[in-house]
Design a protein around this ligand. Structure first.
Ligand SMILES: [Zn+2]
Length: 419
């Protein structure tokens, strides 16, 4: 599978959601009367009413022209109201492209925690460029194209817990739920029985563990999914992946299965923490992860092991539980000591390679890190380490694991173990 997301989304265009999963792209799809969904990287939903369009999410700046073009094939009505399901760059940043010429700024609704998110982005713009290049580009030198600033048109109406609005005689119910983010909104249109869950549904293992990002809330997330199911939606237009059209049973299954999955990961993690609170890595290995068969619960973007980490983080501190890691030695010093045991960095890299050849890529990567850190300028070491990480990337399934492993390989080839 290509690791460049632009290639991947293109490759998945036109496939059914069950095959394309998180990577579905396409539209416009009519999900209900006068209601259309389109997705490029992330999804947008346009509800046409007699007073204009209610738009749920607005895509990323880079993909908004395609998304808006898709929606404008179906309706030329101005945007009356836009609702951002959360403040991520692929949902809240493309609104300008959807506006018709000369129309006033629409009502833009977001949860009250959203401005603090944008402030955080502005305070950590370079940090966000770096971690997102690793997550999406597979290397640190690539930029994802996103500017880590506030959106051009930020929300002008904030709400706290719930909000009901009526536009052109159509009712929209907005609910706040902490899940992927602390500023998440899910939207239900009872008149058309359409659910917009935002990123609480992405046709994959929920993004509740993302290794480089802030705290997520899988327990509240599961509760929200069950509330959505209780609404009995007929169609669902998710934050990522394809829509479900007029199939209430399938929508129900996806919502409840995903809630069950999250609850299971949380419960099993807490059970291990309650049993003596072992070091974090040992918790990860002690938790038996659910392995669902459903196409909407495959580890294509995030994965279960990372959700376990996120649960541990919420209930504990940063200390890993390994005594030596409370006040650790500088890594190059430690790496030098470990490499000396093997007879030098190159010897250590060769031992790492033997572990890789024997199929133990996890151990191989630990040793490879030490080898590269002990002698980052040795080109043979660089190449051995890079190839071990190439193999590791090949063996992973989630976009985040694949890209972070690819990033490690790129760093090794550049002789830059620490960036
Ligand atoms: Zn998203």
């Amino acid at each position: 599978m290509p690791t460049n997301p632009a290639l991947l989304f293109g490759e998945m265009a036109g496939k059914p959601p069950e095959e394309a999963k998180f990577f579905w792209s396409g539209g416009p799809v009519e999900v209900a009367e006068r209601t259309w969904f389109a997705s490029q990287l992330s999804g947008v939903t346009a509800f046409e009413t007699d007073d204009g369009v209610v738009l749920v999410d607005a895509g990323a700046v880079m993909f908004a022209p395609m998304l808006a073009g898709s929606i404008r094939e179906k309706t030329q009505a101005p945007i009356h109201t836009a609702i951002f399901t959360h403040g991520h760059v692929d949902h809240a940043y493309g609104l300008s492209e959807f506006l018709v010429e000369g129309q006033p700024t629409p009502v833009v609704i977001g949860h009250e925690a959203m401005p603090a998110r944008f402030a955080r982005y502005e305070a950590t713009a370079a940090h966000n460029r770096a971690i997102n290049a690793r997550q999406f580009g597979g290397r640190t030198s690539a930029d994802t194209g996103a500017e880590w600033v506030s959106p051009a048109i930020p929300p002008n109406q904030l709400y706290a817990d719930e909000l009901v609005i009526e536009v052109g005689g159509v009712t929209f119910e907005l609910f706040h739920a902490r899940g992927e983010t602390d500023d998440h909104t899910w939207v239900y249109c009872p008149d058309r029985r359409v659910l917009c869950p935002g990123d609480l549904i992405i046709w994959g293992v929920p993004n509740a563990g993302n290794p480089q990002k802030v705290q997520r809330y899988p327990w509240d997330w599961a509760d929200a999914l069950r509330l959505m199911a209780a609404k009995e939606p007929a169609s669902m237009a998710p934050g990522h992946g394809g829509p479900v059209v007029d199939d209430p049973e399938l929508v129900h299954r996806i919502l409840v299965d995903t809630a069950d999955y999250l609850d299971a990961v949380v419960e099993r993690t807490l059970a291990v923490l309650e049993d003596g609170s072992p070091p974090h890595v040992d918790v990860v290995h002690a938790v038996e992860l659910p392995t669902p068969d459903q196409p909407w619960l495959q580890p294509v973007y995030d994965e279960g092991q990372f959700i376990v980490r996120n649960v541990i983080r919420h209930y504990g501190g940063w200390f890993s539980g390994r005594p030596s890691e409370l006040k650790p030695a500088p890594r190059p010093v430690l790496a030098g000591a470990v490499a000396a045991l093997a007879g030098g960095a190159l010897e250590l890299a060769r031992v790492a390679n033997q572990h890789a050849a024997a199929g133990d890529l996890a151990v191989a990567c630990h040793l490879a890190d030490f080898a590269l850190e002990a002698d980052p300028a040795d080109e043979t070491v660089q190449e051995i380490v890079a190839e071990i990480y190439d193999q590791r990337a090949e063996a992973e399934t989630s976009l985040m694991a694949v890209n972070l492993m690819n990033s490690a390989a790129a760093h090794a080839r550049a002789g830059e173990p620490y960036a």
